[in-house]
Design a protein around this ligand. Structure first.
Ligand code: G6P
Ligand code: MG
Length: 215
């Protein structure tokens, strides 16, 4: 059975996906690259470096190494500006309840996020102490869809991958979980997340035991 829940952060626990999009959009505009909300689906769950590579590819353009670094810094500065007011009111509906249900069921709880801002954000949301392990963008070398982030999370709480359930809002994250041989609940649209074990629109009104019974 499931003994560990691994949560993605952006778009699963907190509504930061829109701020990532705004910051990337602003950067793309500054580079003269057309970037739509549909293009943004490709960036969800993907590391900062890989995201910039995707944007440059979309625009069929390139940056030299110092410009590339500068663009990464600029995007994060804008992103941090957008989340300056972030607080617990932006925890996504149902997320806190599912965290509590996992805790009450005696499960391990881990974070598996590509974000280097994960700890800062969890502190702002007052959720840091809900996690037994935090594997974030500072701890992994291979971006989703590589399974590294989820495998490291499972190993940090000493649970076999087959006993882990991942919650993800991104296609790359669903693939990463499948590559880790874990069950995965995709939160969002079936067209994007169809390969997940189960797809739900979001966590609102969801009960952990009911979700697990459907896997
Ligand atoms: C998450 C988000 C991505 C973001 C990535 C890196 O996976 O879904 O949109 O690019 O984290 O986040 P960071 O905060 O390190 O730029
Ligand atoms: Mg996400």
């Amino acid at each position: 059975g499931i003994r560990c829940c691994i949560f993605d952060l952006d778009g699963v626990i907190v509504d930061t996906a829109k701020y990532h999009y705004l910051a990337w959009k602003r950067l793309a505009d500054s580079l003269g690259v057309t970037f739509t909300e549909q293009d943004n689906e490709l960036l969800k769950g993907v590391s900062r470096v890989e995201s910039l590579k995707i944007i440059l590819k979309l625009g069929q353009t390139s940056l030299d190494a110092p410009q590339f670094e500068q663009a990464l810094v600029q995007k994060n500065e804008w992103y941090l500006e957008y989340i300056a007011q972030l607080d617990a009111s932006e925890i996504l509906p149902g997320a806190e309840a599912v965290l509590s249900q996992a805790r009450d069921a005696g499960m391990k709880i881990a974070l598996g996020s590509a974000s280097k801002n994960a700890v800062l954000i969890l502190k702002r949301l007052n959720l840091l102490d809900r996690f037994d392990a935090i594997i974030d963008g500072n701890k992994v070398t291979h971006a989703k869809p590589d399974p590294e982030v989820f495998l490291n999370a499972a190993s940090a709480v000493d649970v076999a991958p087959s006993d882990c359930l991942v919650f993800e809002d991104a296609a790359a994250g669903v693939e990463a979980a499948l590559n880790a041989k874990m069950k995965v609940i995709g939160l969002g649209e079936a067209e994007v997340l169809g390969r997940a074990t189960l797809v739900l629109p979001d966590l609102a009104e969801q009960q952990l035991n009911h979700m697990i019974a459907q896997l």
